[in-house]
Structures are given as C-alpha cells and as structure tokens.
Design a protein around this ligand. Sequence first.
Ligand SMILES: Cc1ncc(COP(=O)(O)O)c(C=O)c1O
Length: 396
Amino acid sequence: MPRTKDEYLSVMSLDEVRTARRFHESFPQYKKTPLAKLDNMAEFLGIKELYVKDESYRFNLNAFKVLGGSFAMAKFIAKQTGRNISDLTYDFLTSEELKKEFGQATFFTATDGNHGRGVAWAANKLHQKAVVFMPNGSSRARLKNILKENATATIEKANYDECVRMAAAAAAKTPNGVVVQDTAWDGYEEIPSWIMQGYGTMAMEADEQLDEYGCGRPTHIFVQAGVGSLAGAVQGYFANRYPDNPPVTVVVEAEAAACLFKSAAAGDGEIRIVDGDMQTIMAGLACGEPNTISWDILKNHVTAFVSCPDWVAAKGMRMLAAPIKGDPQVISGESGAVTMGLIATILTDEKYMALREAIGLNADSKVLLFSTEGDTDPDRFKPIVWDGNEEEALKI
Ligand SMILES: Cc1ncc(COP(=O)(O)O)c(C=O)c1O
C-alpha cells in the first residue's frame, strides 16, 4: 500500500502512553496483568518463545477495554476543567470537589460488550452517567454486566456500526452528552486517540514484562482487530519503541468482519467497509468500519493482515484453556484467543507454509500475543471449550 506521512504514529508516542499508564496506576484496582510464558507450547510449535498477555485479570472486568474508556473520560474531564491530566488521579476524579467543578455528563457509546462495560464501570466510579447501545445478537450475560454498573443499556435491532451512529445521534440530543466511542472517523478523532493511548498501558506493561523475562524485543506480535483501535495502539507503541528494528506485526480479524484485511488486499490504501450481520463467535471483532487513525498507522507498519474463520478462535480458546503440562493456563474468550489459534495453525499446517515464510516465523521467533478477554460470555465459552462446538455457541 502507498505510505502516508505517518502523522498519527505520534498518538502512541512513549510519552503519551506513559501518561496513560500513570493514570491507570492511580486506580486502587490497578495491577499489571500477567504475561504468561508458554515454554512447552513454544517448543511444540517449533518457535523460541511464546508469551500471552492475560487481560482476564484487568480491573476484575475480564477484558482490556476499560483502559481506553477510562483514560478518554479522564482526558475529556481534564480538558473541560482546564486541568492537567496528571492532576486527575482516581482519588481526585471520584472526589466531591471535582463533581462540583465538572458537574454531570452522560457518556454514550456502542459496544459488543467489553468497551461498554468499561465505560459504564468508569462512569459509575466517577459519578457520571452512561448510556450503552448494543448490536443485535449481543449476549444477555454481557448486557447484564453493563446494567450492573448503573448504566442504561439496550440491545438494538442494528449492527455495531449502526449502533455507533445511534449513540452519536442520542448524545447530540442530550445536554452534556459525550460520545466515548472506541473508533475514529473523519471529524471524530480526539476521544478515540485517547482511547488508543489508554490501550497503550497494556502494551507498555507487556514490553516491561518481556524485559523482566530476559526476552527483550519480541520478533513477532499478533494482534486481533475489530475496528483496529487496539491493533493501531499496539503497533503504534512498538513502532515508537523500536523505530529501527520493529517487531513483525500481524493483524488478525474475524472472517465475517475482515474490514482491515479487505482494505489491505485492495492495495490502494483506502478503507473498505464490511456490512450486514457479521455473524461470528468473535463478538468483539464483529465491526465492519475501520478506525481511520488506526488504519493510517497500520497501513504504514503492519507486515500481514489475516482473516480467520471461527474455528481458529475456538482452537485457540481450547489450546490456552488446556495447555501442555507445565505451562500456565490462560482463560481466553472468543475474541481473545484467535491469535493463538492462528499461530498454531500456520506453524503446524503445511497449507500455510507460504505465510509462515513470508512473515519469517521460525525456530528463532519470540512471539507476543494479547489475550484481550477472559470468558466474558460464559454461556458460549463452555460449549466451545468443553463440547468443542462453536456452531452451537453461535446459536446462543
Ligand atoms: C476482547 C476484545 N478483543 C479485541 C477487540 C478489538 O478491538 P478493536 O475494535 O479496537 O479492534 C475487542 C473490541 O471490542 C474486544 O472486545
């Protein structure tokens, strides 16, 4: 694809990410999530090292997403009150003093579940309101988790991208209504760039943990994508961290919603949109319209885009839930495990030899994956992992 000026890479500068990290560290719930090292699996697959960042431990919310929504809300409040973000610690944000100064806003968002839960959780803690729109087919378990945070939440007869537009329209009609959406489009870039910086906390932790393990720079990073905010954040962070010799990055999508893959395959650098129901067990990846900022970062830096059917995610979930004896277990949900299923497939199935070679995956490779959620939908996790039946899970 034609290169651009790369003007959005600075969104994920190490300084910006450090600011987000410091903000998250002020939360009483903050603890680095584990970076699982799967030595026996690495040996079995024929690579040198394999690491999986386990976001099921994030703030007791079972997914990484809260990192983005919480930081964006704090940045918004900082801007409105004319304060520096470094003053807005958790204690201050939840104080009566700030409540009097900032007043009450209503944060609107659309979600498959994880982002909305993060926004609802943060709004609740910050004495603010949240309104959440969920697409057709969203799971009841995920809806319940959002309602528990005192948010207004509904499942709509609309897909994710339509829910985004509904959230924006509702916010425009509400006094002090603010859209906190985890994707950018032309004219809506500030909040999503803060969300991406919030995700940077996860990348920075992983980077430090790789150092602690003595691994240093990973040779390969596989990261899953819905709209691509997460992938842009991870790619952006590591491109800034290793400007001269960045890890090979592979972006992985659900086949039913592979908008980045389609955009990359078209080769002209323009975005392609996927429409319709986008039926997949990977609920978090069922988004058909790429984040415009992320897309700019991704098209300049990513080595390969891969589109995966559901069985790849299901295989990854089972491999992480039932590891080789001696390796740690990672409870990983449908959107969390697709990268594990993918590397196992391309390393063991000769059909994918060309891809393996194209990305230089071999016995010297040190691979980093992000398990971005735990069993956020337990009703689907069990039929997939226990019964080996992902088709059944899709009907739930
Ligand atoms: C668990 C999980 N992983 C990955 C993603 C993908 O993130 P993005 O939409 O920023 O690409 C999501 C998005 O909701 C998610 O919930």
